[in-house]
Write a protein that binds this ligand. Structure first.
Ligand code: SF4
Ligand code: SF4
Length: 710
């Protein structure tokens, strides 16, 4: 179970309608705006270029930092590079003391939040004023930013009105133009009277020693030009080798951040500029390390250098839009925030928040830096579990699941013991501490006869081709009828289905919980079991299992240096088909005919996370359903996670419930009577959700629908 404090802050966030409402609306509008902003641009090509540029940064960090220093200093800047965050604060204080600075204005600097600069300078009697509207609101509210580019997104305009009223001692109406007017008036004097300006930077160019700042409000332009001293705090990851590298980053940043085509202002600062009295500005650029060089040296986490801090991953993460940024507890929030917290604050500080990731993969799909964010979060999870271990009960459960004989005999016994709780195939209530798990969805009963026991009675005949069927735990023991449908359909296409008894769990529940060693133990046994027969296909009707078989097994073998087995695993992977893709091919090649039904029923389709985003399969099931003459009425956010996430729904039922309810609403809004999907896990979640709400909408696996038409 997750930490109690984390649970409490999740509950508080979910019950805050302002937070969930604002983030939800922003996230929905963002996806549309972002798609529009990228119209006519090859996003894949652009993000590959950015990834390459930043990969080069990670690989040549030291040289680039030195080159930047040399070139910036040649143009009059003073450059300070350090790993010690205390030294950064001392450096800034020394400059301030030396020049008699009493007042500082700031703009666009997450790095200064990272080192808690404001409170340090304020303790020394220096007035510090944030000037970006969102940051200023946060400063007045004495809070932390909740979002990387929209720091005050969680605060309503009514709350801002109250804050401003207190600040200026008079009533301020909560109308946006009025609020902006107050902020402008209040900040104008601060701009004019400040002795020092502190900014961040979006890019630092080694070739020219320039820093690039993009913004909408124009404050950074004033902060860097009005005071006679300018200090720029820049994380080492902002370095790029060449001036031409600026273009792809500038192209992507506003589009991915807020769905804007361009930002209003771009400032490029190369060396000292002139003050109004013709003296040269005192320009200091501090390149902050704070574990970044360590991160660049890590063979896996160096990928995080590809981040351009656009916050797109926050905007699209289904969990972030539900709980907001403060649940993450540190300066950087959301998906990338989990990774940065682990590095900048220590893995132990990320121990709780890394659990928030349901591994839906949506952030990876949107990231303009092409970072495998869920993969890196899983790596953090794995390293934490490796160091601290896993709760005994959880590890024991996974070990049982992986012990085929024991697991299967427990399930057979459980199918008898569950009888008093089962009604119409569902378990609708569970006693005591299990209540929460079945509180928002009915759970499916374990099948009385598993697929592995049923298959012996299925007559298949002597067919031309052969396929091995990897059922996975849910189809084998909970939904054997889906497995039977798969067998019937493949038989109809002339494929005999073999079910190797020795197959066991694909290891995904353990792998996604960070128990990589437990997950990896079943790899070789499964490969041996499935490759025993000479077949043309290895078929799975569960996308999570298909992903494990295709990718998870190979990476496990590499991790455990079972290199001699990797080639066998590759041969194995080449034969793996998810059910949808195989049926699509069989229909296309006219090996399988699907009859159109008399009744032209409108249905909707739910894209399972692993099928859509890892296997890139989403057109195929739609084509197959259209061949069967179904009218597909697309639901809103058809590829948004339904909240199942395996063990996640047990660990965070409050998040799982909220995600499920949103999905049920989107399905209902299509006004169809049936929702089809390819994943038995999603079937379990969505079918259980509708049953709990006594809604008759049918929830079907694609195989259950197609079998009616063969
Ligand atoms: S990880 Fe990707 S999506 Fe998230 S802030 Fe960085 S570049 Fe943007
Ligand atoms: S994989 Fe999904 S849940 Fe995890 S961080 Fe990314 S978007 Fe959020």
């Amino acid at each position: 179970m997750a930490d109690r404090a984390l649970k409490k802050s999740i509950e508080k966030a979910i019950q805050n309608p302002v937070l969930t409402g604002t983030l939800g609306r922003f996230s929905e509008a963002y996806v549309i705006a972002k798609a529009k902003a990228y119209e006519g641009i090859d996003f894949e090509e652009l993000r590959s270029r950015i990834a390459e540029i930043k990969r080069c940064t990670a690989e040549h960090l030291y040289e680039l930092a030195e080159e930047f220093k040399k070139n910036a200093e040649a143009k009059g800047a003073k450059v300070f590079i350090t790993n010690d965050t205390e030294k950064i604060k001392e450096y800034i204080l020394n400059v301030a003391k030396e020049k008699g600075v009493r007042s500082i204005i700031k703009s666009k600097s997450m790095a200064s939040e990272e080192i808690h600069l404001n409170s340090y300078l304020e303790k020394e009697g220096i007035e510090v004023n944030e000037t970006d509207l969102g940051e200023w609101i946060i400063q007045l509210a004495k809070q932390k930013p909740s979002h990387m580019v929209l720091p005050a997104i969680h605060i309503t305009k009514e709350e801002i009105g109250e804050l401003f009223s207190k600040k200026i001692n008079e009533e301020v109406r909560s109308e946006i133009p009025e609020l902006v007017k107050v902020a402008r008036k209040q900040l104008r004097d601060k701009f004019l009277n400040a002795d020092m300006g502190i900014s961040g930077a979006n890019i630092a160019v080694a070739e020219t020693g320039s820093i690039v700042i993009i913004e909408n409000e124009g404050n950074a332009g004033l902060v860097t030009t009005l005071p006679k001293i300018h200090i720029a705090l820049v994380g080492l990851e902002k370095l790029v080798a060449n001036f031409s590298d600026v273009v792809p980053i500038l192209t992507a940043l506003p589009k991915s951040a807020t769905g804007q085509l361009f930002t209003s202002y771009v400032s490029i600062i190369t060396g000292q500029s002139l003050n109004t009295d013709s003296s040269f500005k005192d320009l200091h650029i501090i390149l902050i390390d704070n574990k970044r060089t360590e991160m660049a040296r890590d063979p896996i986490f160096k990928e995080a250098f590809q981040c351009i801090r656009c916050a797109s991953c926050l905007n699209v993460c289904p969990v972030f839009r539900l709980v907001g940024g403060h649940v993450f507890g540190h300066v950087y929030t959301g998906p990338i925030g989990i990774i940065l917290t682990a590095w900048f604050n220590g893995f132990s500080k990320a121990m709780n928040i890394q659990q928030l990731c349901i591994q839906c993969g949506r952030c990876k799909e949107f990231c303009p830096g092409k970072i495998d964010i869920p993969g890196l979060i899983l790596e953090i999870r794995g390293r934490i579990v490796k160091e601290k271990g896993m709760p005994f009960i959880q590890k024991s459960i996974f070990s049982i699941v992986n012990n085929r004989r024991l697991f299967h005999s427990i399930l057979r016994k459980a199918s008898l013991l569950q009888r008093p709780f089962v009604q119409e195939g569902f378990i609708r209530h569970l006693p005591m501490f299990f209540t929460e798990i079945a509180d928002y969805r009915s759970l499916p009963a374990i099948a009385e006869i598993s697929l592995r026991d049923r298959i012996k009675d299925i007559k298949q005949g002597n067919l031309e081709e052969k396929a091995v069927f990897f059922a996975g735990c849910l189809i084998d023991f909970v939904y054997p009828e889906i497995g039977e449908a798969v067998i019937k359909i493949l038989n109809k296409a002339g494929i005999e289905v073999i079910f190797p008894e020795e197959q066991t769990c694909c290891g995904a529940p353990a792998r996604y919980s960070g128990a990589l060693d437990v997950a990896d133990k079943i790899v070789i046994n499964n490969i041996n079991a499935l490759l025993k027969e000479d077949v043309q296909y290895i078929v799975s009707a569960c996308p999570t299992c298909a992903v494990s078989l295709k990718y998870g097994f190979i990476s496990a073998l590499k991790t455990y240096q079972k290199n001699s087995f990797v080639n066998k695993a590759k041969e194995f992977a080449s034969k793996i088909y998810d059910f949808s893709s195989l049926i699509y091919c069989l229909v296309k090649t006219k090996r399988l005919k699907i009859k159109s039904f008399d009744r032209q029923e409108a249905i909707t389709y739910h894209d399972s996370c692993h099928l859509k985003r890892t296997l890139n399969v989403y057109l195929e099931p739609r084509e197959v359903l259209t061949t069967a003459k179904y009218e597909i009425r697309e639901m809103f956010e058809s590829d948004m996670c339904c909240g199942m996430g395996g063990y996640y729904s047990i660990k965070f039922p409050e998040i799982s419930k909220a995600l499920l309810q949103r999905k049920l609403k989107n399905i209902r809004d299509t006004k169809t009577e049936m929702v089809v999907m390819d994943c038995p896990g999603c079937v379990m979640q969505i079918r259980g959700g509708f049953d709990k709400e006594k809604d008759n909408t049918q929830v079907k696996h694609l195989a259950e629908v197609i079998v009616k038409g063969i």
